[in-house]
Design a protein around this ligand. Structure first.
Ligand code: XMP
Length: 522
């Protein structure tokens, strides 16, 4: 694993001990937003390792387990003898209570979702905050009796010990999740912990991330060579520029044209990266190969798997032509990892992600994969790109999925359908850019529906295809809302698509949010 702790002043570092909560990364992200460096480590870290890391504070994350389950994760009581401020969140709170001999019980009243807490005692953790607050709860166990050396500072209806403190030792515990957006004063609570209780300075920036990442990449790669699959999207482009900074021409990029790209895309990518950025770029035109493999395939997961597998095949072929490589680099982001990995908790595999196909997982196990953006969310990657001096046009590009237009064509992928969805997509993007909406949206794209409907053009009956428009706003793709576009813009897009794209006589607008729908249709 690439770690980003190198070069960070320990006084300003929070160590997050991970008990497996789906929100652990959010804690790190929220803390980074407050300009303090946070690093996630497994809860199994030893006291000696913690001492070596020399953090200024510890956060214990939530987790899916019950403290009284067999194999429930436990931490050493010695953690609390290090003299460091500690904030236990949800399961982390139970770990604190348990270590100081309080009592936890499975609660008859499970609390999931919004709850109201009332502050019952003045505390630095809730400094300057109102007495009644909305928080996000997610717990089965509950605290029955707090340790003698602790005080209750907040209660909720079902959790009489919603927040506790031992002010002298600077040890705090909350039963709710301050890192989650729905906790009304979550950010302020984290601020109070970092700046009032731990006395941190808000000095960490994306530039510190770049310096540490470059350092780490150099330490891992040494004199070796790295191979990167470049798609031209924000993630792989930022990864390429970061790696180029770190190891120069020890980086080789392979750009595979799978025939599922948007209009003119392959030409633009070659121009930008080969001509302007002077990357070692190898271009593989594999359109025929992919279309052949996808012939007759209609199942979304099968399409994704074929594209993932064939990408690896072509990628390997191209790589072998250049020579042998020591590492594979990928522009994987945090949401890519959690949505495609089944964990112990309730989160299930939603869509298989091409960055986590078996061939890649094998390399990851061998320590041969470099993913410097793995802990970041999209907006953080954009900021990183900006700091690396990349052009706004590239940084602000909407995400485009690895399986490309294949998952935007419902049913079989054919040349004819690709041509239709490409043209429709191009019109949509052009109009949205002209109306200055592009940068306000997370994604805007056309989806080809294998449905024919009747229309009338001129005096003639038509029986043609349907294009669905998917236009969404989002912060991190974990949730998304359909965008409310101005009527005249929608009218222009629809008219142009029907008039200009041969084979389309109907345009519909997707008004589903995520969840329960996903952003892509497949
Ligand atoms: P969904 O459809 O799961 O998409 O709501 C969330 C975000 O992820 C993108 N996406 C992918 N990106 N490879 C990628 O690189 C994939 O296989 C993939 N599937 C979905 C999607 O465009 C959206 O931004």
């Amino acid at each position: 694993m690439i770690e980003h702790g190198i070069g960070i002043s320990s006084q300003n570092k929070v160590l997050i001990l991970d008990f497996g909560s789906q929100y652990t990364q959010l804690i790190a992200r929220k803390i980074r937003e407050l300009h303090v460096y946070a690093e996630i480590v497994p809860y199994t870290i030893t006291i000696a390792e913690i001492t070596k890391e020399n953090p200024g504070a510890i956060i214990l994350s939530g987790g899916p387990s019950s403290l009284y389950e067999d194999n429930a994760p436990h931490i050493s009581d010695d953690l609390f003898s290090l003299g460091l401020p500690v904030l236990g969140i949800c399961y982390g709170l139970y770990a604190v209570v348990n270590a100081f001999h309080g009592i936890i019980n499975p609660s008859p009243f499970k609390e999931y979702g919004r709850a109201t807490i009332k502050l019952v005692e003045e505390s630095p953790l809730f400094k300057d905050l109102p007495r009644t607050q909305t928080v996000w709860m997610s717990h089965g166990d509950t605290v029955e009796r707090i340790p003698e050396t602790f005080k209750t500072i907040a209660r909720s209806e079902n959790a009489p010990y919603a927040a506790i403190e031992n002010r002298e030792k600077k040890i705090y515990g909350v039963q709710f999740h301050p890192e989650v957006y729905h906790t009304q004063y979550g950010k302020e609570i984290l601020c109070n912990f970092l700046f009032t209780i731990c006395n941190f300075q808000p000095t960490w920036t994306m530039q510190s991330f770049i310096d540490a990442a470059i350092n780490d990449i150099r330490n891992v790669v040494k004199d070796g060579t790295v191979l990167l699959g470049l798609s031209g999207g924000v993630d792989s482009s930022v990864t390429a520029v970061l790696l180029q900074r770190a190891i120069g021409n020890h980086l080789y990029c392979v750009f595979v044209n799978n025939g599922l790209l948007r209009k003119d895309e392959h030409r633009k990518v070659i121009e930008r990266f080969k001509k302007h950025l002077k990357l070692n770029l190898i271009y593989a035109d594999a359109e025929e190969h992919f279309l052949h493999k996808l012939k007759g395939v209609i199942d979304p997961e099968e399409k994704r798997k074929i594209i993932g597998k064939e990408f690896i095949t072509i990628f390997k072929q191209e790589a072998a032509k250049i020579g042998t490589f020591d590492f594979l680099a990928q522009g994987t982001l945090y949401p890519d990892v959690i949505e495609s990995v089944s964990t112990k908790g309730p989160s299930d595999t939603i869509k298989s992600h091409h960055n986590r196909v078996p061939e890649v997982l094998e390399l990851i196990n061998e320590g041969k994969v470099i993913e410097p953006l793995k802990e970041l969310f999209k907006d953080e990657v954009r900021e990183l790109g900006r700091q690396l001096g990349m052009p706004e046009e590239l940084i602000n590009r909407h995400p485009f999925p690895g399986p490309g237009l294949a998952i935007r064509i419902i049913g079989e992928v054919t040349r004819e359908r690709l041509a239709i969805v490409r043209e429709a997509d191009d019109i949509l993007i052009e109009e949205i850019k002209n109306a200055h909406f592009y940068n306000k949206l997370w994604q805007a794209f056309a989806v080809f529906l294998p449905v024919k409907s009747v229309g009338v053009m001129g005096d003639k009956r038509t029986y043609d295809n349907v294009i669905a428009l998917r236009v969404v706003t989002s912060l991190d793709a974990m949730t998304a809302d359909w965008a409310y576009l101005p009527e005249d813009l929608m009218r222009r897009i629809s008219t142009r698509i029907i008039n200009e794209v041969k084979g389309v006589n109907r345009v519909v607008y997707d008004i589903s949010s995520k969840p329960p729908s996903t952003i892509e249709w497949e």
